[in-house]
Design a protein around this ligand. Structure first.
Ligand SMILES: [Zn+2]
Length: 155
């Protein structure tokens, strides 16, 4: 069997551009329920914004902690301010998607697993809206993600 190139091994371990997270990133506490290796990658890639991942995940879980099915999303009364935007769980999920996109592969896989489980529950416990709450494209010129097409309060 041919010996694998060191670069390929590094990539297989999921390091960012073939590099290990710096020592400081490996010394910081774990992020949410991610492994120490994935957490180090999150700290390394997000540079001080890793706590946002935790805050956003806990806001997403809080939404899902409400009892029953047929959960309705609450619109934010003031979307342009970052704190109030998070009253709307779809905007919270957008921020998670944005942070996810900036992660190295190993951390992406780890956060992806957490998000898939939460998304499955979100899909199960909210209802599809026949008319989307937001008509795209969003501010980045992208179509709004599926989590915006759920039933909101008052609709
Ligand atoms: Zn506000």
């Amino acid at each position: 069997m041919p010996r694998r190139r060191p670069g390929a091994l590094r990539a297989a371990r999921g390091d960012f551009e073939g590099r290990r997270p710096s020592a400081w990133a490996r010394e910081l506490p774990p992020v949410d329920r991610l492994s120490p290796a994935a957490s180090a990658e999150v700290h390394w890639a997000l540079r001080g914004r890793a706590d946002e991942v935790e805050t956003l995940l806990s806001t997403y879980r809080d939404f899902l902690r409400r009892p029953g099915n047929g959960l309705r999303l609450a619109p934010s009364l003031c979307e342009s301010c970052p704190g109030c935007a998070r009253d709307d769980v779809a905007l919270v999920r957008d921020e998670l998607a944005e942070l996810y996109r900036g992660l190295p592969p190993g951390a992406r896989r780890a956060l992806g697993r957490v998000l898939r489980a939460l998304d499955a529950e979100f899909r199960r416990r909210t209802m599809p809206a026949s008319v989307p709450f937001r008509i795209g494209p969003d501010r980045q010129g992208r179509p709004y993600a599926w989590w915006h097409r759920r039933v909101y309060e008052g609709t």
